[in-house]
Structures are given as structure tokens and as C-alpha cells.
Design a protein around this ligand. Structure first.
Ligand SMILES: Cc1ncc(COP(=O)(O)O)c(C=O)c1O
Length: 385
């Protein structure tokens, strides 16, 4: 069979390929420590699991659900946005629950892009923005995020480009993979840029609670709803990556537009999952603090490991990963990553998979126990002896 033209240039997702190689190395008895993927290993709160169990046992919960999600989940999302981000969202019209935020990226591209429409994507950035734009027939225009600019877009050089065909811009702060936290000034600049250039800004915000004291929403900027839609997720903030619960927030018109596409793709989410997610969203600061205590302890170990590798990194970064620059002796983060994989049996993500602006870097996930990081450190130490 020939595959569709739209799949041309779309490779298999990097991790899906790399995990096969790691499986093969494990079959050879290598017992690879995988510090690659950001899938939280900690469990959700026990009340969330209890809600899922209790709700699943009730009659009448197994049918198809509303395309717009349960009103109870939308109300919980609205209250969560108010409590943590100080953003008012109408629970009936301005919130669309998603089966994880990743699907939202595709829905947004399919909703707004025609062939040849351009989209600004961060380099380095989450690879899914790029593939979703291409699958929808759009064209990616990279904007580079540089360490010396605190990984903020260079708006003055962007303004010099011809932006007349740009319809969307993906932004993501706390930024993955660089761990850069947002500032109010940066958020204001992004919204102004969207307004001045008639570009719909898509803010992807799954990391605002991880090792970050001040969660922020781009929708909190005055007048943002005119030009901004925001994706959010329970995957990282509530240790629920496999549950697939995310959301899209924004003006009613945008939500209706995306729903026109999405309602043709799926038939709602299992109600007990939605109710358990609503429960998760009521958890207080104690929950976030507890999760972050664990990540902080792990991050200390990761810093020690990176010191062993002579990598340079910022201690101010936030989110679920640590982003670090490979020492000068390495051509790229790919070379360093391969060396650690084959000599120390530890897998660390090369930064170049997030775009060529990440070529010199590596990214370490905090989703592993302190013991795992200790073991990784020991292996790296031995491999260098
Ligand atoms: C920047 C970014 N956006 C979105 C996602 C997808 O999250 P979800 O599990 O909500 O689909 C990820 C997952 O790793 C991510 O890193």
C-alpha cells in the first residue's frame, strides 16, 4: 500500500523508535536506565483513584458521553483556572475537555489550517507541533529560542519577517525542553505580538505546576481571549499521563470552532475518568508541594549526574526535565547521548530531537526514583574510569 502524501516527511515519533532500540538492548541483558520520557512514575492522589473506582461501579456510566465533556468536569476546570491562574472561564462555553492535550494540538491545526498556511513553531520545542502542522497541510516557520535571550522569542527579528500567511503561533511556557519559566512581561509581549500581526496564539501549558512556585496562564493577560487559546493537561500536574485528560480554554467562538472538528473524531470520554479528573482538580497546594518535594530531591541527583558529565545547566529552570549543554568536546547532544547509552547503559534524550537549535544539548527527565538516579550516576562514573 502507498501511504498518503500527507504522511510524507512524517517519521515515526522519535521515542517510539528509540524505545524499540532500548528494548533490544534490554533483551541483550543491558538493563538500560531510561531517563528519557517525561511520564510521571508517581501515582495520582488516592481520592482520584477511589473516585474512578466508585463511579465505575455505578449503573448508567458506560454510555457515550457528551462531545463537550461532563458539565461537572468543565465546572471543576473553570474553578481550577480561577483558583490558580486568576482567569475567569465560562464553564459552559469557554472550556473543551480533551483526551490529553496532544490531541488538541492536532485538532487546532485541522480546524484552522489550509494548505500553505504558515505556523510559527518554537525551536527547540515539542515535536508534535511540527508534525501536526505538517499533517494538516500547513508550513512550519521556526522561531529560535536562544539561551542568551532566556529562551524567549526574538520579537524584533520576527517582526521583520513577512508574517502575512502566518495564522497560528505555538508557544509553551514553562518551556519544554529548555525549562524556561515565563514572566508577566513575556506573556504581555506574546499577546501584543498576536494582536499586532493577527495571529492566533496557541499556548501549551502542561508544566506550570512542576517545580514552579507561580503557575501562570497566558489567558491571565488582559484582553488575551481575543487572540489566545490555551491547552492544559492533568498528565504532569496530577500524575495522570495515562488517563488522557487535558483541556482547551479560550473564547466561545474558538471552542465552538475546534469542537466542530473534534466532534467528528471521537465520541467523548469515559464519565468516571472525567469525574475522577474533576476530583483531582480540587486538590490543594499540599498535593502540589508533596509532588514537588520528590522532584526537587531527584533534581539534586540529576544536577550531580550532569556535573559528572561536565554539562552546563541553569539551576533556575522549572518543569519535569533538566536541560543541559554538552561539554565542548562533543559535536552534539546526540553524540553524548549515544556515548552514555552504549558505555553506561543510561538513556538520556538528545536535545536535537526538539529542533536543531537544541543540537548542543541533552534533556534529562525527572521521572525516576532517587535510587535510579544514584545508579545512573554510578554507571556513568564507572564508564569514565
Ligand atoms: C510541551 C508538551 N505539550 C503537550 C504534551 C502532551 O501532554 P498530554 O499528555 O496532555 O497529551 C507534552 C507531553 O509530553 C508536552 O511535553
Amino acid at each position: 500500500m502507498t501511504t498518503s502524501k500527507r504522511l510524507e516527511g512524517i517519521g515515526e515519533y522519535y521515542f517510539s523508535q528509540k524505545l524499540r532500540e532500548i528494548d533490544e538492548l534490554n533483551r541483550q541483558g543491558k538493563n538500560i536506565i531510561n531517563l528519557g520520557i517525561g511520564s510521571p512514575d508517581l501515582p495520582p492522589h488516592p481520592d482520584v483513584i477511589r473516585t474512578l473506582r466508585e463511579e465505575s461501579e455505578k449503573p448508567g456510566v458506560h454510555a457515550y458521553q457528551s462531545y463537550k465533556g461532563s458539565p461537572l468536569l468543565r465546572k471543576a476546570i473553570s474553578e481550577w483556572y480561577q483558583k490558580w491562574y486568576n482567569v475567569d472561564l465560562n464553564a459552559d462555553t469557554e472550556i473543551l475537555p480533551l483526551i490529553g492535550s496532544k490531541e488538541g494540538i492536532m485538532h487546532i491545526c485541522m480546524t484552522y489550517l489550509d494548505k500553505g498556511d504558515q505556523v510559527l513553531v518554537p525551536n527547540p520545542g515539542y515535536p508534535t507541533y511540527r508534525s501536526a502542522v505538517k499533517l494538516a497541510g500547513g508550513k512550519c516557520i521556526d522561531y529560535n529560542l536562544k539561551e542568551k535571550n532566556k529562551y524567549e522569542p526574538d520579537f524584533s527579528s520576527l517582526a521583520k519577517k513577512n508574517l502575512s500567511r502566518v495564522k497560528l503561533m505555538f508557544v509553551n511556557y514553562p518551556q519544554m525542553p529548555t525549562g524556561q519559566a515565563p514572566t508577566k512581561e513575556l506573556f504581555e509581549k506574546i499577546v501584543s505580538f498576536g494582536k499586532e500581526n493577527n495571529i492566533l496564539i496557541v499556548h501549551d501549558n502542561p508544566y506550570s505546576f512542576i517545580l514552579n512556585e507561580t503557575p501562570m496562564s497566558l489567558l491571565s493577560v488582559e484582553g488575551a481571549k481575543d487572540r489566545v487559546i490555551e491547552l492544559n493537561s492533568l498528565s504532569k500536574s496530577h500524575n495522570m499521563a495515562g488517563w488522557r485528560v487535558g483541556m482547551l480554554c479560550g473564547a466561545k467562538e474558538r471552542i465552538d470552532e475546534v469542537l466542530r472538528f473534534k466532534s467528528n473524531m471521537d465520541s467523548g470520554m469515559f464519565l468516571p475518568v472525567q469525574l475522577a479528573a474533576a476530583k483531582a482538580l480540587t486538590l490543594g497546594k499540599e498535593w502540589q508541594d508533596e509532588v514537588n518535594r520528590t522532584y526537587k530531591e531527584r533534581r539534586t541527583k540529576v544536577f550531580e549526574m550532569l556535573d559528572l558529565l561536565k554539562c552546563k545547566y541553569s539551576r533556575q529552570q522549572v518543569g519535569l526535565f533538566v536541560w543541559a549543554k554538552a561539554p565542548a568536546g562533543y559535536k552534539s547532544g546526540f553524540e553524548l547521548s549515544d556515548e552514555i547509552l552504549y558505555k553506561a547503559n543510561v538513556f538520556i534524550t538528545p536535545g536535537g530531537i526538539f529542533g536543531n537549535a537544541g543540537d548542543k544539548y541533552i534533556r534529562v527527565s525527572l521521572c525516576g526514583s532517587v535510587e535510579k538516579f544514584e545508579e545512573a550516576k554510578t554507571r556513568i562514573q564507572h564508564s569514565k574510569a
